[in-house]
Design a protein around this ligand. Structure first.
Ligand SMILES: CC(=O)SCCNC(=O)CCNC(=O)[C@H](O)C(C)(C)COP(=O)(O)OP(=O)(O)OC[C@H]1O[C@@H](n2cnc3c(N)ncnc32)[C@H](O)[C@@H]1OP(=O)(O)O
Length: 422
């Protein structure tokens, strides 16, 4: 990996939080209010934060930061239930005065090599602009639905739901950190990240005023069984509003929620859909097959918008393919061209008889299918069919029928979604 001349890549220490936030304010535009600095700084994972420092006085003040990037460490659920280690890339920003000189490219090379060295099988991110990261091998692995529902939308009954207790409180790391970590660990949908890491968990509860806009501070709804075991949560805010006729028409926003069983799901939404003075509930991010869609008596009441959720980049192909399950028996030789990590290319023989994946190097064997690392990453969580990528000309079938067989094996019984934005 080469660093653009005149810059040096450094690890960033916590005492430079304000410098980092300054670069991000330049990159993302807007003003960072003095009273928000502490909250933003609490979100930065300093043990994994890198920056591009100016080293040449003709480019600016030597020692000033020109670009930054950081990552959290997660374990992410994959089809079949295994948890794989994933780096969650975030905070990427280059000062507009230093853009298009290769700073991002250098930081991406560093990030992906670092993730691999740490034993993470993939890097995941939310893209500010979707074209940026595909050149580095990221594929769109999950899409999400954001729905807008009228207050009081009727839900079908689920036995046991009404007996569950609901608590509504200010969200706090001390009081709710353990509950979130526990629930994220128990949720089974592919794409769900755990919050075992302290940095990633702390970032959930940072609540800078700028995030609120016209809404209240961050609240949390937790659903628990009568003996106190948590079974669901939603982080949310309400924005109060009165319309011209004096009628209350506030909005509830939820941006992170999860439940471990059907009764918990039903109870969670029955509370969120019935908050006083609200007219609308904006729920995000739903998986494309989220159970809320089936609970609604009037599914048309949900006005939905679909957009990209997480982008994934596998950095260790054999480890990734071994970790997930295969829905039907498969025996195929796959080659995975990867411009950054040549040893990902294989060819790999992927076999599974009982759901469990076996992957072994097959040097010299003609591949049945050629799948670039971007497409393999897109298909990995089971949210994108390899057959649909082949139909778009993005997967090359060398043995007739091989794509169909692989695509069937790569399916997932539930659509992936990452329920935590980072
Ligand atoms: C995971 C996250 O944190 S998402 C947040 C990303 N940050 C932002 O969007 C903030 C605003 N933008 C920026 O800070 C910068 O413009 C960045 C980080 C997007 C790009 O940084 P730069 O240092 O200018 O990128 P760099 O010069 O390394 O470009 C690398 C390649 O990406 C391309 N590229 C960079 N930005 C974009 C973009 N916004 N859209 C499309 N392509 C882009 C470049 O053209 C270049 O292409 P090539 O080398 O294949 O010809």
């Amino acid at each position: 990996m080469s660093v653009s001349p005149g810059y040096r890549l450094i690890s960033l220490a916590p005492d430079r939080a304000n410098d980092m936030l300054d670069v991000n304010t330049w990159a993302f535009t807007g003003e960072m209010r003095a009273e928000d600095l502490e909250a933003y700084a609490s979100e930065i994972p300093f043990s994994r934060t890198r920056a591009m420092e100016i080293a040449d006085p003709t480019l600016g003040e030597v020692g000033d930061l020109a670009g930054v990037a950081a990552s959290y460490t997660y374990r992410m659920r994959v089809p079949g239930g295994a948890l794989v280690r994933v780096a969650g890339l975030t905070w990427v920003g280059v000062h507009p005065g230093h853009r298009r000189r290769g700073l991002l490219r250098a930081m991406m090379g560093d990030h992906l090599a670092d993730a691999r060295a740490r034993g993470e099988v993939a890097s995941a991110l939310y893209a500010a602009e979707t074209e940026i990261y595909q050149r580095f091998g990221y594929g769109l692995a999950a899409r999400q639905m954001d729905v807008s529902l009228p207050r009081g939308a009727d839900l079908r009954e689920v036995p046991g739901a009404d007996a569950l207790r609901a608590r509504i409180e200010d969200a706090s790391l001390e009081r709710h950190g353990g509950i979130l970590a526990d629930l994220q660990r128990r949720m089974e949908r592919p794409g769900t990240p755990t919050l075992d890491d302290g940095d990633a968990l702390r970032a959930r509860f940072a609540d800078p005023g700028a995030h609120r806009r016209d809404s209240e501070r961050m609240r949390i709804l937790t659903i628990e069984q009568t003996h106190g075991t948590p079974v669901a949560y939603a982080l949310f805010r309400r924005a109060g509003k009165w319309d011209d006729d004096g009628l209350p028409s506030g909005t509830v926003h939820t941006w992170s929620f999860g439940a471990v069983d059907p009764a918990a799901t039903r109870r969670l939404w029955s509370v969120l859909l019935d908050l006083d003075l609200m007219g609308t509930v904006k729920a995000s991010p739903l998986a494309l097959d989220d159970p809320l869609l089936w609970l609604l008596k009037d599914p048309r009441a949900a006005r939905a918008r679909v957009r990209d959720n997480i982008w994934l980049r596998i950095v260790d192909v054999p480890a990734a393919l071994t970790a997930r399950e295969y829905l039907c028996p498969v025996d195929a030789v796959v080659s995975v061209p990867d411009p950054l990590f040549q040893d990902n290319a294989g060819p790999w023989r992927v076999t599974s008889r009982d759901g469990e994946g076996h992957v072994e190097a097959a040097p010299g064997v003609e591949p049945d299918v050629v799948i670039g690392v971007q497409e393999l990453s897109a298909a990995y969580l089971g949210g994108v069919s390899l057959a649909s990528l082949a139909a778009a000309g993005l997967v090359e079938e060398r043995t007739p029928g091989a794509v169909h067989a692989l695509a069937a094996a790569f399916e997932s019984t539930s659509a992936p979604v990452c329920n935590l934005f980072f």
